[in-house]
Ligand binder design. Structure first.
Ligand code: AMP
Length: 526
């Protein structure tokens, strides 16, 4: 089934159920479906047809959700792009995807102007906090050189609402997601209607969504976690509560006021949430299901999340933009950080982490290997957009090579060891940053930590910890703080002596991707 029909079914099933909340705006499924159909007609009047790409440089808002569904209704391809990225990177993605239209809000004004060569149609989306669409369109055109800019509201009434795309093959692309790209240029990942819907259904299943589930829409809609939160909510006729800007205090207020039932966030956001001053008194009994993805949580963070939310289920979702779900662990309380077993749509293997290794080069039980996932997964992509080199590198004999290292424990559960590229070789020994971070995260005074290998004459690579300390923890000076952390590592039964950091660097924050992944490459470059 294509996603346009999926929305139609939801609207026919429960027309009056709340579908989207954004500030004062509340839409039920009937209104959402009408908005999607109206906007689809407006996009068609702009010349957008089936398979055409529509770039969205928008925060998580009602209008973003409506435009996304309008693309699905029309059979066009949504290309949500990060408004946090540099304008030039957005222009690159717009040109790469061949998007004919760019819809943008205030925060995307510079990005849109950087796309003047790449695209020829623009849609200004006004917002309650930043002003009207007309004012934004006027600013877009003010410096000259820009084509006329459509207004979001006029798109809505541009034509007769069109019918849903009945003949649209669900193997066609519904969205291009650009990978967060911890290395190199972002790559476009075309995702079919079928794969996206399968991802939404499996998320609802894995995270124990109930009919009418209410979710917090704060993971960006340009990221696989964000868009699947929207889809999983839609398949159960639930309500997606938009949070355009991250603020732990606002999130806690929304959870209480909107009776959010499930939270699916990157560990960094959980970290902010449970360590915010408001967490101690937050009214969060509605939250039943906690889930995270993007990076493993440390045991300390799992514990704190359990204290604050006392969830019924606590899921670790391991997946990617290319294949939405690889594996799932359903009880983080019992095994913090464990990535569990293959997900309902996934078949996994661990193979020797060597260039040219094939799917049959499996490692021995208990050994670390590269995680590969079979492309027959309902949630899999079929290859990158115009990147034959990347396809050849990652797809071999029908398997997708994730670039992640993992190992199975004695019960057959998967543990993610790290990215192949992040592995540190220090004094001839392999050290994976996560095992060091997991210990240091629990040291007194440590707020956040990231470990990388830096070139070193003696060690080849020296295990180096970048640490953000809690306020007041560095009062005795950085040298004393480093000595304290070294003593902590030496006393830890979990960390071999040779794996402990040889250098410490202290800073106020760590560089992160939009999904909260630490950008180790930037730390190494620093
Ligand atoms: P992205 O395509 O941006 O979602 O990134 C996918 C990558 O994030 C994976 O290949 C892993 O390296 C990492 N990742 C995703 N989920 C997890 C998880 N639950 N635990 C550890 N790493 C994860």
């Amino acid at each position: 089934m294509n996603l346009g029909l999926s929305l139609l079914y939801a609207a026919e099933r429960n027309p009056e159920a709340e579908a989207v909340v954004d500030g004062q705006a509340r839409l039920d499924y009937r209104s959402l479906q009408r908005a999607a159909a109206g906007l689809a007609a407006g996009l068609a009047a702009l010349g957008v047809g089936r398979g055409d790409r529509v770039a969205l440089v928008l925060k998580n808002r009602r209008q973003t959700v409506e435009l996304y569904w309008a693309c699905q209704w029309l059979g066009a391809v949504a290309v949500p792009l990060s408004w946090r990225a540099a304008a030039a990177d957005v222009a690159y993605c717009v040109a790469d995807s061949g998007a004919a239209v760019v819809a943008f809000e205030e925060v995307g004004l510079d990005h849109a102007r950087a796309c003047l060569e790449a695209a020829d149609r623009f849609v200004a989306v006004g917002t309650a906090d930043a002003g009207s669409s007309a004012a934004l369109a006027a600013r877009f055109c003010a410096d000259g050189g820009a084509p006329p800019c459509e207004l979001y509201e006029s798109l809505l009434i541009a034509g007769e609402a069109s019918g849903p795309p009945e003949g649209l093959d669900d193997r066609e692309a519904s969205i291009f997601l650009y990978t967060s790209g911890t290395t190199g240029r972002p790559k476009g990942v075309p995702r079919s209607h079928a794969a996206e819907r399968a991802g939404g259904l499996s998320q609802a299943l894995h995270q124990s969504y109930r009919p009418g589930e209410r979710t917090l829409g704060v993971m960006p809609l340009y990221h696989t976690m964000g868009i699947h939160t929207l889809l999983a909510t839609q398949v159960v006729g639930g309500c997606y509560v938009c949070q355009p800007d991250w603020s732990p205090a606002v999130a806690l207020d929304l959870i209480a006021a909107e009776r959010i039932g499930s939270l699916y966030l990157a560990p960094t956001l959980f970290h902010d949430l449970v360590h915010s001053p408001q967490a101690a008194t937050a009214e969060v009994p509605s939250v039943r299901s906690l889930a995270y993805a993007g990076a493993a949580m440390t045991s300390a963070l799992v514990e704190r999340c359990v204290e604050v939310f006392a969830p019924e289920v606590f899921v670790n979702h391991y997946g990617s933009t290319e294949i939405y779900t690889y594996s799932v662990d359903f009880d983080q309380r019992a095994a913090p950080g464990c990535a569990g077993r293959p997900a309902t749509n996934a078949r996994l293997r661990l193979v020797r982490p060597e260039p040219g290794a094939g799917p049959d080069d499996e490692v021995e039980p208990g050994e670390t290997g590269e995680i590969i996932c079979h492309l027959s997964s309902d949630e899999a992509f079929c290859g990158y957009w115009n990147r034959p080199g990347a396809d050849a590198e990652t797809i071999r004999c029908g398997w997708y090579f994730t670039g992640d290292l993992g190992r199975l424990d004695e019960d057959g559960a998967l543990w993610i060891v790290g990215r192949i590229d992040d592995m540190i070789i220090s004094g001839g020994e392999n050290v994976h940053p996560l095992e060091v971070e997991d210990v240091l995260e629990r040291a007194p005074g440590v707020r956040e930590v990231a470990v990388v290998g830096l070139a070193d004459d003696r060690w080849g690579q020296a295990v180096t910890a970048f640490v953000v300390l809690e306020d007041g923890a560095a009062e005795a000076g950085e040298e004393a703080a480093a000595a304290g952390l070294d003593a902590y590592c030496l006393a830890s039964a979990e960390l071999a002596r040779f794996k402990r950091p040889r250098r410490y660097q202290f800073s106020d924050s760590l560089p992160k991707s939009p999904s909260g992944k630490i950008l180790r490459r930037l730390l190494r470059e620093e």
